[in-house]
Design a protein around this ligand. Structure first.
Ligand code: ADP
Ligand code: MG
Length: 690
């Protein structure tokens, strides 16, 4: 097929450029068709200077009022332009004498660039510009200009020429239509070739609004296929994993029911249901890959413990991995309490352990003396060898990367096969997003909180009223409650983080001399941290000042008041997680979000969401809308791939149909499914091997 000819067949592509393109995953002419514009620039109309808005990229035409060089640390060329409706400054940091000489007062020019708010009104930095001869009209384009993804060493102009040629070839030999025609008909989608052509070169009468918003049917056509490709690839991973061997854990039903009977509470209906899902999976001779989603406080830990009871009863080891030392430590404590009556020791492994203790743990893990091991990511590092690892539990999985998850799993690979895998997350994500992100996992949801929990009542209070908040902490603690005071998160700086916590600690100690106050932050030695947490848990400390190290998992039911400083800087899901540290006991709990005024629009919205709801699913949905899926899923760590055209938020409503289509394609034609994955993800699926 002509489409699959090599790139060097194109005009202007020699071996060197072909090599550069190779790095961008462009191997064949066909691949260029799927190098889709990232966005469009609208040069179809002139925008009046008086109507400019910051952030927009616009085409403007005007007359030079003034051109001057000034020193602002370095030399700047400033060109003031007007079109009668307002004034705009063009700012250049690099310019030649020749360039400078072009800008006479009275010269007419058109320019294109991003509008920013400058010191004296709107400005454009290094705009593209063109000087116009007398009587010449400003030139507008007929159609939107496609902007391709930034590709090092290949300019937009070049990409335009290459895609032009590829589009030309496409006329003779369009790429294979891989969606079943029943689907495209049903969804009223344009053909593949039509969509591709339209998106690379939108016609003059294109629906600009929808194209810019990414909701044009041609975009949706391709987004659908891309989502389908990712979904199929994950499903494939799932199928491969399901075909692996694992030890079927069938014994030990009495141990499980005995354990459940001894718990100081009854399982909720939701916990019961999820436990049954897990036990059914474990009894299979193939590895479980199950994700448990449950809001903060829904009781995921005990569900994991039950799975561990089962594993140990069947003679295999179980490992529980948590993302922070504090949380791992807490799990170790809970598991030790739960398993001691059964005569089972729980081993501990962390990065900061002393050498002797570590050696002892490693030995017990290797010889099978340790049936259960709790730890941080130290669990999957080199030198850790399990005797017979049958179950891996990963708590707060969104904090780990896929690779870490896989590494721990690989630790357990033996002649008996792969270990079972249970991953838990308190970041509930909307169903449609979960479909896309977790298609390689089976999912169970704990959608019920233990009885008697009251929603945490939440208020937002400006910094100026800090004294009132301090007084409130005093009266709460005097009446026997415990409180957290969480200190500002300082981006990327553990040092500043801890200094801020230190400062708040000093301030609170001075204003509340009668309270027993503790401090925990990320820079403390683990033993110190642990002492602080334990003292708080045991009620010896009334007020715990902490950095966001307590964000995940920490469970102290008597704590019923939480103050979060600089709440305006934190993300919604994070605030929800933090707030989840209270409201774990029977007492009515409160959360105070202290903020610095004035609040920006998004920050205001965030705080309002928390005030209005305690439901993690609602919070997640709003977070998704405000921040996008990358942040919510921790994309950077999880290795969730970037999409070329689909957007998980914008196109979420396509997911149910994507899922249905994927299942039917899988059934009808494996080769078609494989072709779709190959087209969008290349030969080496970016999800890596199983
Ligand atoms: P999370 O889902 O946030 O990890 P945890 O497992 O830490 O929640 O549980 C929160 C608290 O609820 C713990 O103190 C736990 O002992 C308690 N808990 C769990 N299940 C129940 C239940 N069915 N009834 C009462 N309390 C429960
Ligand atoms: Mg937890």
């Amino acid at each position: 097929m002509a489409q699959n000819t090599s790139l060097t067949s194109l005009k202007g592509v020699g071996p060197a450029l072909a090599k550069t393109l190779e790095k961008l995953n462009l191997h064949r002419v066909d691949d260029l068709l799927f190098l889709l514009p990232l966005r469009y620039e609208d040069r179809t109309q002139l925008v009046k200077i008086g109507a400019l808005e910051a952030g927009a990229r616009c085409l403007v035409s005007g007359e030079v009022l003034l051109a001057e060089t000034v020193f602002r640390g370095r030399r700047n060329l400033l060109v003031r332009v007007t079109d009668g409706s307002g004034q705009l400054t063009l700012r250049f940091f690099h310019f030649s004498r020749q360039q400078q000489a072009q800008f006479h007062v009275g010269t007419n020019l058109t320019c294109f660039g991003e509008v920013r708010r400058g010191a004296s009104g709107f400005e454009m930095i290094h705009p593209e510009y063109r000087i116009m001869r007398d009587g010449q009209d400003a030139e507008t384009s007929d159609s939107l200009t496609a902007i391709y993804p930034a590709t090092e060493g290949v300019q937009q102009r070049r990409l335009r020429s290459l895609t032009d040629q590829a589009l030309q070839q496409m006329l003779a030999a369009p790429p294979e239509e891989l969606l079943p025609s029943a689907i495209t008909r049903k969804l009223g989608m344009p053909s593949l070739a039509e969509a591709i052509n339209y998106l690379h070169r939108p016609p003059p009468d294109a629906d600009t609004q929808r194209l810019l918003a990414g909701t044009h049917p041609c975009q949706q056509r391709l987004a659908f296929e891309e989502l389908l490709a990712h979904y199929l690839s994950l499903r494939n991973l799932r199928v491969l994993a399901a075909a692996e061997d694992a030890i079927a854990l069938t014994d030990g039903n009495e141990d499980v029911s005995g354990f459940v009977k001894e718990l100081p509470f009854h399982l909720t209906g939701a916990q019961d249901r999820v436990v049954n899902d897990i036990l059914a999976d474990l009894a299979e001779p193939h590895p479980m890959m199950r994700l448990i989603q449950g809001d903060v406080g829904s009781g995921k830990t005990v569900v994991a413990a039950i799975a561990c009871v089962k594993a140990v009863a069947c003679g295999v080891q179980a490992a529980i991995m948590a993302p922070t030392e504090i949380l791992a430590e807490q799990h170790w404590r809970s598991f030790s309490d739960w398993f001691r009556p059964l005569g089972i020791e729980v081993a501990w492994l962390s990065g900061s352990q002393r050498a002797a203790a570590r050696r002892e743990s490693l030995e017990a893990i290797a010889n099978g003396g340790a049936k259960l091991v709790v730890g941080t990511h130290a669990l999957f590092q080199e030198g850790v060898n399990f005797h017979k690892l049958g179950l891996v539990v990963i708590d707060e999985q969104h904090r780990f990367g896929v690779h870490q998850r896989m590494a721990l799993r690989d630790k357990g690979v033996s002649a008996d096969g792969h270990p079972h895998q249970l991953v838990m997350t308190a970041t509930p994500i909307p169903r449609t997003l979960a479909m896309a992100a977790y298609a390689d996992l089976d999912t169970s949801v704990i959608d019920e909180l233990p009885p008697g929990r009251q929603p945490v009542s939440t208020v937002a209070v400006p910094e100026a009223r800090r004294d009132e908040v301090v007084a409130r902490v005093r009266s709460a603690c005097e009446s026997g409650q415990q409180a957290y005071w969480v200190c500002p998160l300082i981006e990327e700086s553990e040092v500043l983080d801890y200094q801020a916590a230190e400062a708040s600690y000093q301030m609170l100690s001075a204003s509340l001399p009668d309270l027993r106050i503790g401090l925990v932050h990320g820079r403390m030695r683990p033993a110190e941290k642990e002492r602080g947490m334990k003292a708080f848990k045991d009620g010896l400390i009334q007020l715990l000042v902490a950095t966001t190290v307590i964000e995940v998992g920490v469970d102290v039911p008597n704590a019923s008041l939480m103050i979060i400083e600089n709440a305006e800087r934190m993300g919604l899901s994070q605030l929800h997680q933090l707030r989840g540290r209270v409201g774990r006991g029977a007492a009515q709990s409160h959360c105070v979000l202290l903020y610095k005024s004035p609040l920006g629009r998004i920050a205001k919205e965030r705080l309002a969401v928390l005030r209005d709801t305690n439901d993690g699913f609602v919070v997640a949905q709003r977070d998704l809308e405000l921040r996008g899926p990358g942040e919510l899923l921790g994309t950077r760590q999880t290795g969730l791939p970037d999409y070329r055209i689909a957007n998980l938020v914008r196109d979420a409503e396509l997911m149910p149909q994507v899922q249905i289509t994927a299942e039917s394609i899988r059934k009808e034609s494996e080769s078609r499914a494989a072709a779709i994955v190959r087209r969008w993800l290349g030969d080496a699926s970016r999800y890596g091997k199983v």
